[in-house]
Design a binder for this molecule. Structure first.
Ligand SMILES: [Mg+2]
Length: 147
């Protein structure tokens, strides 16, 4: 399956706070963004199971910067979709959706937003919504995907 992850407040702390992966001196020096604790193992496990991993964010971070952030932790996402790419692909239809995973052949999108969950129910795409205070969030994702 193709599985996409939101960034802000799902894998990267922002408004929502959670424990993060340890950073090397070099990562700190380069100002690399912190990733939620468990992200490295989760994405590597999913890729080892044969899943394709996309990052799907409504932020305007450069795709190259996002790729390097993950690469510095030893993870290679298969594709990065930022707001620029989202708007380009959806064109006029972008006003209807904050995110529309089917446009990128994504089977399941993982996010922190209840709004995205509601859009999924309305427009018929699958989501997994993760709370910031769920210490077993990676197990929850793995179990839901393999169910
Ligand atoms: Mg978010």
């Amino acid at each position: 399956m193709t599985i996409s992850f939101d960034l802000d407040d799902t894998l990267i702390p922002g408004v929502k706070r959670f424990n993060t992966e340890p950073q090397t001196f070099l990562q700190k020096l380069c100002g690399i963004e912190k990733l939620r604790l468990g992200t490295i193992d989760l994405i590597q496990t999913l890729q080892a199971q044969g899943h394709t991993i996309f990052i799907y964010t409504t932020s305007f971070r450069k795709t190259r910067k996002i790729w390097w952030t993950f690469r510095s932790y030893g993870i290679k996402p298969d594709k990065i979709i930022n707001q620029t790419i989202h708007e380009k692909i959806l064109g006029e239809n972008r006003k209807y959706y904050s995110k529309y995973p089917p446009a990128f052949a994504i089977d399941i999108h993982i996010d922190d937003s209840k709004g995205v969950e509601m859009e999924g129910n309305r427009f018929n795409f699958k989501t997994i919504i993760i709370a910031e205070d769920n210490p077993n969030w990676t197990e929850f994702i793995l179990n839901t995907i393999s169910a």
